[in-house]
Design a protein around this ligand. Structure first.
Ligand SMILES: [Fe+2]
Length: 269
């Protein structure tokens, strides 16, 4: 896959395939999503194609991509009075252009993030303005490859158009404060599909990713340990949550960094 900037300044992915063909790994993910509503991608299983195909082959941009999590901005909207969350936020559209072999990823103007109190009883109900992604992060080919690969994987009906809310999160913990990756508890995001991918963990314990079925019966629980470990969720079928994190060595702070991408079916007006 090649990267190209169009005359309009859009960030394009050049897809040599005419249709949204998916490979064997993506077919397995689709099957998982269809049968159980989630798919687990962990490097320890040696079958994490998200990592193998989109991240591992690009060590130079990966270094910059990881580094960008050291430059997030404090989340001032935590209603529990906590200071444990740092983030950046961007909204993009992904459009497949199978005729011209150019998939187009477009950054939308920065907008506040809104969740209803039904979706987020703790921090929802207001428009929250978060710091935008840095241009260097948006331009990073790792982000583009991940979005492209996931969009292909979830396009069950040959969708050619997705709206994506992208979040960079850091949850910190120290001797004074535990970190809460999902302070709202077990929840749904109100998306169609969600990718939650680990970037890094440092001096941290806890942070178990839990997935529940429609009746909130636990179906999966594990720590995303390595860079590229991820869960892909059908948000309409399952619920999710992540347990608190604590500093391993309490004389210094620890952190858990993740990339969260929520995919929404995008209807052109
Ligand atoms: Fe969530």
């Amino acid at each position: 896959m090649l990267l190209k900037i169009s005359k309009k300044g859009c960030l394009n992915l050049i897809n040599p395939l005419k249709e949204l063909h998916i490979n064997t790994a993506q077919q397995t993910i689709r099957k998982d999503l269809e049968i159980q509503g989630f798919s687990i991608l962990q490097r320890k299983d040696d079958s994490n194609a998200l990592w193998q195909e989109n991240i591992q082959p690009f060590p130079a941009p990966l270094s910059d991509f990881k580094q960008s999590w050291h430059d997030l901005v404090a989340d001032d909207f935590l209603n529990d009075g906590g200071h444990y969350r740092y983030r950046r936020y961007a909204v993009l559209t992904w459009q497949a252009d199978t005729e011209n072999h150019q998939d187009q990823l477009t950054l939308l103007p920065q907008e506040p993030h809104y969740q209803s109190t039904y979706r987020n009883a703790m921090n929802g109900g207001i428009y929250r303005t978060f710091a935008p992604f840095k241009k260097s992060t948006l331009d990073n080919p790792i982000l583009k490859h991940i979005i492209h690969w996931v969009a292909q994987s979830i396009s069950f009906n040959q969708e050619k158009d997705w709206r994506i809310q992208a979040h960079q999160f850091r949850i910190e913990a120290n001797d004074k404060e535990v970190g809460k990756p999902t302070p709202e508890g077990i929840h749904r995001d109100g998306a169609d599909f969600i990718l939650i991918m680990l970037i890094q963990r440092d001096n941290i314990r806890g942070g178990v990713s839990h997935i529940y079925d429609a009746d909130k019966k636990l179906q999966f629980g594990a720590v995303l340990e390595e860079l590229g470990d991820a869960v892909l969720l059908d948000d309409g079928k399952v619920w999710h949550g992540v347990s608190e994190v604590y500093a391993l060595d309490e004389t210094k702070s620890g952190y858990r960094d993740v990339l969260v991408l929520t995919f929404h079916k995008h209807v052109l007006g």
